[in-house]
Every structure is written in C-alpha cells, then in structure tokens.
Design a protein around this ligand. Structure first.
Ligand code: ADP
Ligand code: MG
Length: 658
C-alpha cells in the first residue's frame, strides 16, 4: 500500500488580481519505506507540495490519501491529531524554541499527544543523534548542525511513519549536511518513509527516488540506482492513527507545562512583564486599600455608636426657620440654655446635656494647635461616656461661674505638651483666653472622617460668653428613661419645643426641630461610609480595567512576536485549544502576579494609613478573595482575544511568518 497517494492536486494562491498556480494538477504515489528527494528550481512548488503532504496547508482542489485515508477534507483538530501521531517535520530554519533546552525541545511533541500512544524517550533520541552531552543546552549554545540534530530528534519523538524535510541542509556546511543525511538514512532503514526537498544535487543523490518539479508539476520521476541507502526490511505502513487517541483531555501535566512556559515567556521579557504586572498591581492595591479604609470606617462608626446608649436622642434646630420676620408670627428654632433646662422636665426624659461646638486655636508655650471645642454641662460625661481618664470633668459650679477650665483630648495634648506629659493643672490659652486644664478626655480613636481625640471640652457657659460669643447651643443630647421610650420621648421633646417657641401649627413647621435617635444617626453615617467605599472601589475598578488593557496589549504583541513558535507547535500536533490555553494561562499568570503584589501593596498602604493618620483600616478576607478572583478574571477577559487570535493562526502562514 502507498503511504501517500495524491491525484490532480492544485494549489492556487490569489494575490490581488494575480493567481499563482503553485501546484498545477500533481498526481503522485509514494510507497511505504521509500526515500524520495524532490528537486526543482526555486519557485517550482516544492515547499507548497511538502506543506500539503504535511497537512500544514490545504490544497485548492484534488485528492490526498495519507495511509489510505482521504485527508483533504478533514478539520483542523483532526489534522492536528494526524500530524502529532503520524508525521515528523524537519525545517531549513530548524524552528527550535528560544531559551529552551534540547531535551525540552524534544519532549515538546509529548505535550500534544496522548500519553498512551507509543513514543520514544527524548534523552535516548538525543543520544542517538550524538547530543547525549548536550541535553541541557539551549539553541544559542548549539551549532547549526547540532540544532538541526535536535530538530531531527524532535521529529522522531512520537514514532512517526513519515518524515517530511524541507531543505534540511540548506543552512548547514557540507560536513553537517552529510551527518543529517546519515540520520535520515538511518530513520529510513528503520522503516520510516522519507520525503526530502532539496535543490542540491549531491544531497538528492542519496535518495532512492528523485522527483523533479517544474512550474507546479512533476517534470521527471526516476529511481536513483546510485543511492547508497538500502531500502528498509520492514517499512512502517499500518495506519494506527486514531483521532480518539489525540490528546483530548486537558490534563494536569499540560497545565503545569503551560505554567512553566508562561513563566519562561515572562522572564524572557522582564521589563515588559513587570510593566503589565504593575498595571494590575496598582488596580488591585487600590481595591484592597479602598476596601480597608471603607470597612474600617464603617466598623468604627458602628463601635462608637453602640458604645453610646441606645436611649440617647439628639435635638437640633431644624433646617427650616418657621415663621421668622417675614411672617411676623414670631417663634424661632434656636435653642437657649433655658430651653435645655426646660426639656429636662418633659415626661420620659431622664436627663439632658447641651452641646455648643466650635473651632478654636489653642496655645501652650510656643506650641499652637487648631482644634474643635465642645461646650457642655456635667451630664455629658456620663451620657456620652466622656469620664476623664485623668483629673475631673466640669462641675455645676464651673458652669454657673463660667469658669475657665478645660479637658483635653490626647491629640491636643500630644501637639501642645508632647507625648508623655501630664497637662492637668497647666494653663493654656484658648483663642487667647487663659484656661486651666482640669482633665484628660478618654481615648476615642478615629471614625475615618475625623480624629475624635482632637477635641477640647469646656463649660457650656464659658464657651458661649467667653469664647464663641453665641447665645444658643448647637444641639441637645437627651436621654430617654428607657430604650422603649425613645419614640414617644422624641415626639414629646419636639412638641414641647414647638410649643415653647410658639411656632404656629402650619405645614412645614414640624421641620423646625429635628430629633434623631442613634439608629437614625447610625444609618446616616453608614450610608456615607458606604458612599465612600463605592467611590474608592469605582476608582479601583477603573485602574484594574486600565491594567487589563495593558495585559491585552502585551499579549497581542507577544502573539505576533511568537507567530513562528505557534506555527511550529501546530506542526507538531498542537490543537487550537492547546494554543488557546497556553496564551490564556500566560495572561492569567501576569494578572495573578499583579493581583498578589497588589494585595501586598494594598495591605501595606492601609497599614501606613492606619499607623500614620490613625485611621481605622481593616483588610477583610473577602476583599482579598475578591481581588484575587477579579485579577484572574482580568487575565482571562483581556487574554482571551489575543489567545483566540493565536489559536486561529493557520499553521503554514505562521511558520512562514517573517
Ligand atoms: P519552492 O519551494 O519550490 O521554491 P514554493 O512552493 O515555495 O516554491 O512556491 C511556489 C510558488 O508559489 C512560488 O511562485 C511562490 O511565489 C508562490 N507562493 C508560495 N507561497 C505563497 C503564498 N503564501 N502566497 C502567494 N504565493 C505563494
Ligand atoms: Mg521552498
């Protein structure tokens, strides 16, 4: 039986208007065990012929039977299976992978074949071609002749029935050429059919049959009696190709190998890889950092609020001034100290504390600090957990006499007195008025918006008449008798105030005062921390997107650069899915590395924020998991197009790519 049987084969290349008839109705049979040389002038169609025989290219028309099976109509993956199991290629340019050791080059065909198929040991093959001492050498560490011997060993890995060689000696000196012909002779002796394209008569002279081509057709086809290579005793013929034995499973072995190759490709272009990793890294660290700050703020807001009693209410002047001068009905929603005293007698109200807040400048010796001030009464200490950690709180006498005494938060102390000083008993100036420090406020930490230890507490009367010159308080803290009473108490306080201020009962008047309980305040605060988190996250998402586009860009460049490599992989049996996975894994590796470093950077960033600004930050496991998954997704999403592009390359166009 014949290994090769072609009938009336045509190959037409159309380039614009002109048609190039590279093959013009060739018919030919090659029997098992033959050693054929194809000769002819340049452009006569030799390479085109060999590529079609090797299933790297498809004929325009005509029939091709390989080992008795019609192959001209098969799909690409079926062709890949046959290439992997039946064919071996040797090219003029060797087509070895860069930065890859000889033994890895020879092992490469195994990656694309089923492990149950017969194959040879790559090390043994290299020994056979005389490179037993060069297993670990890379192409740039081998001579041309040695590189071609590696390529020969690679062609033999999967025990082919047919070897196709296109000008294998074209780039070699005569000594190396003789070696290569010697190896081809040996393979032929073991039963493998050899088809060799050459334009050198002394190389062709080794073959037992010489076909000469001219203008896309066979000019002459003769036996060569002078050949020194004896015909094989047992030509390999039987068709054991089985597409179901193609490497259909996506095995762990392959994935591991793809990861190894991805790392190799990445280290080959270090600067480029680092830049694209950097893109993802910045995006992910922004996600982690933003989440950490947002979550920290939320948690600390919740902690602060829950440490205050749930039966606290807060009364504030409303946003609308009802009545007013225009209507001449009188009534104002501003709250005086007398109002505060009166509220204390409203039913269900246990106690009250006014708050007057303002901004002040404090000085001690040559130190100067700007901070916020609260004027209040003794009730404040218990109602809002402000019992001093040193000294005493303000007393009723202080309030009655407008005493110039104050309590300082630790941030103020640090800035005026230094780290470990006890300020109690010292005199400072608040807005140029002398004050004596009587106590130190408890440590409250930050809530992500403000440092709550950056504060001063003074008697409310002192604040009104000596410091801020105001006749009204900013708000009143009201404690209800019990948590259940907060609803009714809130209504009672509001109605009391409306009556107290003679605010007429007209639509909108209910807005003259606001009473909020802790649940309201909590909801408002967590809404604003959520907005902050969303804002930070969307900035992060945009930078991740930019990072992803960077990866896509790099992968597209990489696909173009490695077009020949893709062609070679396809020639030795890689299917589309193999190429696709290889490039996809590469971009996922880039983005995962970016993700990993991004998590580290984001975490360090949030630690720095925490330590330097005393902001609460929490890196949650969820945000770590989300950014890992997200960065892997970025790799897949932005890598899929370049990988798809690579997998669709036609093997022969890829191999011929300059
Ligand atoms: P040989 O190997 O004998 O030198 P080829 O088989 O490479 O010749 O080419 C045969 C003819 O087909 C040449 O005229 C060449 O210009 C043309 N040809 C080969 N490949 C292509 C292609 N991809 N597109 C257009 N023309 C091509
Ligand atoms: Mg050629």
């Amino acid at each position: 039986m014949n290994v090769i049987e072609i009938k009336d084969l045509h190959k037409v290349y159309t380039m614009g208007d002109t048609e190039v008839r590279a093959l013009n109705g060739v018919s030919l049979q090659i029997a098992a065990g033959e050693f054929v040389a194809i000769m002819g002038a340049s452009g006569s169609g030799k390479s085109t012929m060999l590529q079609i025989l090797g299933l790297l290219d498809i004929p325009t028309s005509g029939s091709y039977k390989l080992l008795g099976k019609e192959v001209s109509t098969l799909q690409e993956d079926a062709l890949a299976a046959i290439r992997s199991q039946t064919l071996g290629f040797i090219f003029q340019m060797f087509n070895l992978l860069g930065r890859t050791s000889a033994v890895e080059q020879v092992s490469l065909p195994l990656l694309y074949s089923n492990p149950n198929m017969p194959h040879d040991d790559p090390k043994e093959l290299l020994k056979m071609v005389g490179l037993g001492e060069r297993l670990g050498h890379k192409p740039n560490e081998l001579s041309g002749g040695q590189q071609q011997r590696v390529a020969i060993a690679r062609a033999l890995t999967n025990k082919p029935k047919l070897i196709l060689a296109d000008e294998p000696t074209g780039n070699l000196d005569s000594k190396s050429s003789e070696d290569i012909i010697g190896f081809l002779g040996k393979m032929n002796a073991s039963g493998i059919t050899i088809v060799l394209v050459t334009h050198e008569p002394d190389i062709a002279a080794h073959a037992r049959r010489i076909i000469t081509m001219k203008d896309g057709n066979v000019l002459s086809d003769e036996q060569n009696p002078k050949s020194t290579i004896p015909p094989p005793l047992h030509p390999l013929l039987s068709d054991t190709t089985d597409p179901s034995l193609s490497n259909s499973t996506f095995s762990f072995r392959n994935v591991k190998e793809y990861f190894r190759q991805a790392f190799r490709a990445l280290t080959a272009n270090k600067v480029r890889s680092i830049l694209s990793i950097l893109g993802v890294m910045i995006g992910v660290s922004a996600v982690i950092g933003g989440q950490a700050i947002g979550t920290g703020a939320q948690i600390s807001v919740q902690q602060q609020l829950s440490s205050l009693g749930t039966n606290l209410l807060m009364l504030m002047p409303g946003s609308i001034q009802v009545g007013g001068v225009q209507q001449g009905v009188g009534g104002t929603s501003r709250i005086t100290l007398q109002d505060v005293d009166a509220i204390a007698s409203v039913p269900m109200v246990k106690r009250v504390a006014p708050e007057l807040s303002g901004h002040v400048q404090v000085t001690y010796a040559d130190k100067n600090w700007s901070t916020s001030l609260v004027g209040t009464t003794p009730n404040y200490a218990e109602m809002k957990s402000y019992q001093p950690i040193y000294g005493r709180f303000i007393s009723d006498t202080d309030v009655q006499t407008r005493n110039r005494v104050c309590l300082l938060g630790i941030t103020v102390i640090k800035n005026l007195f230094g780290d470990n000083a006890n300020p109690v008993g010292q005199w400072i100036k608040i807005n140029r008025v002398n004050f004596q420090v009587i106590g130190v406020l408890p440590v409250k930490g930050s809530n992500g918006f403000q440092d709550r230890d950056d504060a001063i507490v003074v008697p409310v009367t002192t604040a009104m008449y000596r410091l801020l010159g105001k006749l009204y308080v900013s708000s009143v803290d009201v404690e209800a008798d019990s948590t259940d009473d907060t609803g009714p108490a809130s209504d009672a306080v509001k109605n009391f105030m409306l009556k107290q201020k003679h605010i007429p009962n007209i639509p909108g008047s209910e807005n003259a005062f606001q009473v909020r309980n802790m649940a309201d305040i909590q909801a408002t605060l967590s809404a604003s921390t959520q907005i902050m988190t969303v804002l930070l996250s969307s900035i992060a998402a945009i930078s991740l997107l930019v990072g992803g586009i960077g990866i896509m860009n790099i992968m597209l460049v990489s696909v173009t650069e490695r077009t020949r490599e893709i062609g070679l992989r396809k020639a030795i049996g890689a299917r589309r899915i193999d190429i696709l996975s290889q490039f996809l894994i590469e971009s996922v590796v880039v983005s995962l590395l970016g993700g990993l470093f991004g998590i580290l950077l984001g975490w360090s960033f949030s630690q720095i924020i925490h330590l330097s600004l005393n902001w609460p930050t929490v890196v949650t496991p969820t945000s770590v998991i989300i950014s890992t998954v997200f960065s892997a997704l970025v790799g897949v999403v932005f890598g899929i197009w370049p990988a798809y592009k690579a997998s669709r390359l036609s093997p022969i166009l890829a191999l011929r790519y300059e």
